[in-house]
Design a protein around this ligand. Structure first.
Ligand code: BTN
Length: 246
């Protein structure tokens, strides 16, 4: 990864730029990084706060040999790699919240936005967009997210060198991707479960067409979250869950 690097001081969204490059045929592993995003995007049409020089705003282009249905695996795979890298570099003790967040002390430090283009039965490209809150201080966060977001610097109690962290993230993404290609998804899924802060918790699901609560008991081979409810096991492949304090 990162043989072709597109670096911007300021950009609308690194995912937008990466999608354009991917559609124009850029090689797998191309990355886009920016110091600041003016319209950083989150999941579910939300924005992503991306101030200058304080985070890692990164998009990676992959062309995985998966079926389009399996694209969710890219997000889980990325979460495992990023979690390894940030724990190794910062010692902050972060965990993964299904499907795509990394939390530190119950607050979000990383968000992942995976976007895909597929034709017929094959993936043309996947852009994995990664936002890491690195060196923000408490007062830097806008009011709407101040209670739910944190940064690695706040969690670790010291400034974190962004370049070292970026290098570690790219190296671990390459490791997890090559594991998936050579050994399949099982080892990554096992590590995801091990690092999970979601499994074993009571969660509220805010789905596109349904809301319910239950106990998060497992994640299946497709990366769907399995939730035990009085009506039986519910399977959630996309959407949002919040962990309910017990
Ligand atoms: C989320 O948790 O909702 C996902 C947030 C993803 C943010 C990253 S920052 C780099 C890339 N470019 C974007 O516009 N979004 C992703």
């Amino acid at each position: 990864l990162g043989r072709e690097v597109h670096y911007f001081s300021e950009i609308d969204s690194t995912n937008n730029a990466a999608k354009k490059l991917a559609a124009d045929g850029c090689p797998e592993g191309t990355i886009v990084v920016a110091e600041e995003q003016l319209t950083g995007r989150g999941r579910l049409a939300r924005g992503w706060y991306s101030p200058f020089g304080k985070g890692i705003w990164l998009s990676v282009v992959l062309r995985p040999p998966f079926a389009p249905m399996e694209a969710a695996k890219c997000t889980l795979m990325a979460a495992v790699g990023i979690n390894r890298a940030i724990n190794a570099v910062t010692g902050a003790g972060c965990g993964i919240k299904w499907p795509n967040d990394i939390l530190c002390k119950d607050r979000k430090v990383v968000g992942i936005l995976t976007e895909m283009s597929a034709e017929m039965d094959a993936i043309n490209y996947v852009v994995i967009g990664i936002g890491v809150n690195v060196n923000m201080e408490e007062q830097d966060f806008p009011e709407e997210i101040a209670a739910t977001a944190t940064s690695l610097a706040m969690a670790a109690g010291c400034r974190i060198p962004r370049m070292k962290l970026l290098t570690a993230i790219l190296a671990e993404l390459e490791n997890v991707y090559s594991t998936v290609k050579t050994s399949g998804f099982a080892p990554i899924l096992a590590e995801w479960k091990n690092q999970s802060v979601t499994l074993g918790q009571q969660v509220a699901v805010n789905g596109i067409d349904r809301n319910f609560t239950g106990l998060a008991v497992d994640i299946d081979a497709d990366g769907a979250l399995l939730i035990k409810t009085p009506q039986g096991i519910e399977r959630v492949l996309a959407g949002d869950v919040s962990i309910r304090p017990s």
